[in-house]
Design a protein around this ligand. Sequence first.
Ligand code: FAD
Length: 398
Amino acid sequence: MTGVLIVGGSVAGVRTAQRLRAGGYAGSITIVDRERHLPYDRPPLSKDVLLADEPVFPSLLTAEEAENLRLELALGVAATSLDVTEREVGLSDGRSLGYQEALVVATGARARTSPWPGVLDVRCWEDAVNLRTALRRARSVLVIGAGFIGAEVASAARGLGLEVHLIDIAEVPMARHFGAEIGALFADLHRRHGVNTHFGATLDEIAERGGRFRARLGDGTEIAADVAVAGLGTELNTEWLTGSGLAVDSGVVCDAGGRAQNATDVYAVGDTARWWHPARKLLLRSEHWTSAVEQAGVVAHNILNQESPREHLSLDYVWSNQHDWKIQIAGTPGTGAHHLVQDGDRFAVLWARDDDELGGVLTVNWPQVAVQGRRSLAAGQPMSRLAEHLAGRLTPSV
Ligand code: FAD
């Protein structure tokens, strides 16, 4: 029996434990994770880990830090079931672990499995190390999927000097998030950096023979590459909650303070959690590092202060590094009308809601505007005000 049981020892779980201790929680805390590594961060796996001469393990919590915080780590063991009445989690080694005060579900997501044998993906440390090794032995790579992860892998592979083929079923990458015009800027970015892009392409066939992948696209294009890697999105690690009675609907359904429906003292944080957003009046699930950290803070507070719970009101924030772009996105960009402000090789895109209130901001190589955009979003300011402010700051080109 432990005081607080946290299932999932990545950023959401670890930050919850740290915030509980920072808030003065004196009871026992146990973190269970099916991976055998000490907790680590994922964003560097598709960036620095692939590019660095020596891969550095992106540690989130050392054994010493865990000891100092009196965190019990049960690594290499998966949660397999939850009984909310008995307040008990079943484990893959046959044991079960009870919790007295709270259970925190922080089991995140995994890479959607590709149906093609030998095609790599990148979600965990081993994946990144395998991909890194494979890329260093290769001269060419085929990347399937031009979302954030695929684009970052394509960018890293170009950084390593490989011939890169990037394919996506969408006519324009990222159009689903930002619309076709902004998506076209992403397509140009890849092309300018020498990526062979195949957008609007279906993958009819891919097979590995003699250590080389051969792919055939719907339009008959044949591609050969030494390595193939897929970024096909994610699937949630919620199977262990089946039969628990928790409401799981594209994520563990929670109130605005992270408390799960249909159970007492059960919370969910991070990629696997779908929280009620009181201002937008809908359930939102975010697969971004910053949201995981913020939710962890709210849940730690709410475990410690049941009489004065907090709500999570903040907006999405995500960053990505692709080629020479440092991308920052805040709020909810849309696919429709937007305002594009260009200043040399940096730019910002602003989206408004119907009433001109700023809804989302994307910046490229313009961190000051990203900060300003996040402030304007938080303050509910009009988009036109930020647009005018930016226009006033630009040096007119001669
Ligand atoms: P996860 O990180 O998915 O961790 C869940 C943990 O739960 C894992 O350790 C897993 O082993 C464990 N687990 C799962 N099931 C069980 C079980 N049944 N029993 C026990 N343990 C279990 N976000 C950004 O904002 N910017 C970026 O640039 C960015 N880059 C990324 C690059 C990569 C390659 C990846 C994979 C993600 C990236 N993200 C980025 C997203 C960000 O890393 C995630 O939002 C974040 O990791 C979510 O944390 P989490 O703790 O909720 O879940």
